[in-house]
Design a protein around this ligand. Sequence first.
Ligand code: ADP
Length: 634
Amino acid sequence: MSKAFSSLGVPRATRPGAMRRRLTVAVVVVAAAAAVAYLVYNLELDGSIRKLRGSADHRLDLYAASLEREIEKYAKFPYVIGFHPDVIARLRDPSDATLLHKVNIYLETLNHRIGTAVVYILDRKGRVGASSNWNEPDSFVGLDLSYRPYYRNAVIDRVERFYGIGTIGNRPGYYLATALHENGVIVGTGVVKIDLEQLELSWSSAESPAILTDEHGVISLSSVPAWKYGTLQPLDSAARRDIAEAQQYNDRTLAPIGMEVVRNLDDTAQIVRLPGHAGTGGRVFSISGLFLAQARMLTEVPWRLTVFSDLKEAVDLARTRAVLASLGVLLLSGALVALVQRQHHLREIVAARAALQRAHDELEQKVTDRTSELTATNARLVEEVEERSRAEEALRDAQTAMIQAGKLAAIGQFSTGIVHELNRPLAAIAALSGNAVKFLERGDIATASGNLERIRPLVERMGRLTGELKGFARKSSGEAGPIRVRKSFDNALFLLHHRVAYGKVEVVEDIDANLVVRCDPNRLDQVLVNLIGNALDAMDGRDNSRLDLVAAAYADGFARLYICDNGPGLSEAWRQHAFEPFFTTKAPGTGLGLGLAISVGIVRDFGGELSATERDSGGAVFSLTIPLATEPAS
Ligand code: ADP
């Protein structure tokens, strides 16, 4: 059974193999959940980025169009300046003060009309010949602007574009410049400065930041004021030199704004991380965290317009979906593991049932085997018991035969006396009957009848003697019953009468007349005949022989019977062989040495004991204990 139960796989939880398997499953599930989360996060984010790119493109279109439109609106004005004869005259002759005033007024009027920031002209050496702000404290008139690239690069028929901060007014602006000529000869440069701050202002009300960077990567326009004149990358020395020469940003530090590129999507798009420490500035959008930076080059200038789209929402959404997906995986895996475990458990139950069935079958087989073994053993035992009872029966038969033999031997011993007992009345009967015949012949009928009368008791005594002898010699059944002890003593004394009388033995009896014991009467007679016979033998030839016969009941439930003689007592030889069969001191032919041995066996069968002692006054005492009968003698 124990083998069967050990194969049931109990307890499962403590097995190191199962622990390792569970750990592996847990690791695989967690890894799968993490992988799914990663995949979903990226897919979701990519999807959101794709959508954001669409709207960013749209914004870029919008911003670029408005910027270019704004610039294009003023693109022809540098030419227009050159159409005025005073302007050309002023450039040709810088010393004419009247012309200066006229041109200043003309430029002021023009500036006012077209709505630009400043309109001015440079002579061939790059000095301001006249300017619309001639009347203001930061008037350009007379300034040397030869360091500005729009002066150095100005050619006829092309508008030079330049973004910079005014060196006098410190105001940023967009400069449009073209070479002015007279008869194909360059006489100076016409410049229109546009203020783009309105445009910039319109960006800051959008939902996310937008910037315009120049060819060096310096932010010239920005919806986040703090980023203005910052850079996306640290500037190299060549760029710094160019900027310094053109005094483009008027000694601004031009430090990087701290944008960090996280991933390059392609040439025009990047995922970037913005630092977010640019102050509030009245913005409606966030400027920290992950952003999609989408850029486009403008067509007329090497400038780059960039719009930022906040990825926070997309990241949050992707994160939520990734968490949900991984939770889904975990749940699914949990369900799967539970299902597999259930299957496993079911398999285990089936296996356990099979093991239990096997164990049951084994047990049944064992029980069957053991039962047949027991049946065989039982049959053997029954056989043995039968054999033993047969042996016991044989023993009992042998014992009975032995007792019978002993009895016959005893009869043999006292047969001489019996014969003598019979001979005497027979002789008397013969004499009496002979005399009776003679008295009848004489006619003395009275005497003859008296003789015949005397014959009757003799015949009766002979009949009793033969009857007793016949009863004694009968093979007894050994069955116990209530026996009057007095009767047994009388029987024994009757059979031994001749010997008692012949030996002139004084018989003294002290026998309780009502003493009843439980035993086989025939066998008690045999024992008493044996013991009294032995006593008579022991006292044979002595004077004053006395036989004491005592019998009484005792409180321990036994009767005690004593046969005492005043013979020579028990010899030393007898003590060494007490009650052993075939020990006899009697002459061959008279004793067999079986009497006492058989008597011991008979008394033991009664449930009592036979023992012998010496009498203080000499002689032997043989004592018998026999159970008392509870019912009266029959
Ligand atoms: P048997 O009478 O044939 O010898 P028993 O077994 O009856 O066999 O007796 C054995 C012997 O025990 C006798 O031969 C005798 O020596 C001794 N014995 C028996 N009874 C007495 C007795 N009353 N006094 C002395 N010796 C006895």
